[in-house]
Design a protein around this ligand. Structure first.
Ligand SMILES: NC(=O)c1ccc[n+]([C@@H]2O[C@H](COP(=O)([O-])OP(=O)(O)OC[C@H]3O[C@@H](n4cnc5c(N)ncnc54)[C@H](OP(=O)(O)O)[C@@H]3O)[C@@H](O)[C@H]2O)c1
Length: 257
């Protein structure tokens, strides 16, 4: 049987990289996607080490800004050209951000696109490839169940009229909750999980303004921060949950929490 295939969008850092490493240890080939080529190259180096030089293993970095849906589409199409099957799709792309209205060039706020629209687009575009697997699995990590619904969703879906940091976060996160619940219903053969990781020591804060980071550090305290689990540790836990009951054939799990 050929090696199992994984695509990790957001796999160049933090929780996504932790998951990708555990998948490499479990015998998967992995493609990680992100914007930063230096992080991508380092991720590939670590994946090769994690696989321990396994014969025929393959690890690659694909550069893409996944806050633009046409880039998400191009990334999925490139993957589909090179692979006949996808066993595991992981989506952890996105970081903490307090950006004002920032159009992604397609009429959508960049945060909403990276956290919601791009993930849903990728899952649906790759569904045929996932269905070619005997036990396909999808994991998305954001803030499952943590945000209230965006109250103006019916008449301001894109959060243009009522833009605020809180509203765009509520919209992106609650839309993603609903979308992956629907995805799981639409594709019952594809085990689907959407998770909230809690506070994890990663690069998640690096794009926040310095003042916000300083405030977080002061409130949290450097000592407490070092006690928080790392992206590698959480990645191992999430990857093991992702592969649960793999040997029994799995299929059809649905966790949205
Ligand atoms: N860490 C926490 O405490 C925490 C708490 C709640 C929720 N979360 C959620 O958990 C998920 C994973 O976060 P993390 O903590 O692992 O953060 P992280 O270490 O910053 O990793 C984020 C990953 O997403 C990629 N990424 C970010 N923006 C992107 C874009 N526009 N296009 C393509 N790739 C992009 C980054 O790659 P490049 O740098 O190469 O672009 C990186 O690989 C995120 O959805 C985050 O919101 C995290």
């Amino acid at each position: 049987m050929s090696r199992r295939q994984a695509l990790c969008m957001g796999g160049t850092s933090g929780i996504g990289l932790g998951i990708a490493l555990e998948l490499a240890r479990a015998g998967f080939d992995v493609v990680v996607v992100g914007r930063n080529p230096a992080r991508g190259a380092e991720a590939v180096r670590r994946l090769e080490l994690a696989a321990g030089g396994a014969e025929d293993s393959s690890f690659a970095f694909a550069r893409s800004d996944l806050s633009v849906v046409k880039n998400v589409k191009a990334t999925c199409e490139a993957f589909m050209k090179q692979h006949a099957r996808l066993d595991v799709l992981v989506m952890t792309q996105g970081r903490g951000s307090m950006m004002r209205w920032t159009d992604n060039g397609e009429g959508t706020h960049a945060n909403i696109a990276v956290n919601y629209l791009g993930r849903v687009a990728a899952a649906f575009l790759l569904a045929p490839l996932l269905r070619a697997s005997s036990d396909p699995r999808v994991l998305t990590v954001l803030a499952a169940g943590m945000h209230k619904p965006y109250v103006h969703a019916a008449d301001d879906f894109a959060v243009r009229e009522h833009f605020s940091f809180a509203n765009q976060a509520d919209a992106a996160c609650s839309y993603t909750d609903v979308a992956f619940d629907r995805f799981a219903t639409r594709f019952p053969k594809i085990s689907t999980a959407h998770l909230y990781p809690g506070v994890v020591r990663t690069n998640w804060m690096i794009e926040l303004p310095l003042s916000v980071r300083c405030l977080a550090w002061t409130l949290c305290g450097a000592c407490l921060w070092t006690c928080v689990k790392s992206g590698d540790d959480v990645g191992v836990e999430f990857a093991r949950a992702l592969l649960l009951d793999e040997k029994s054939g799995g299929g059809g799990y649905r966790y949205v929490f």
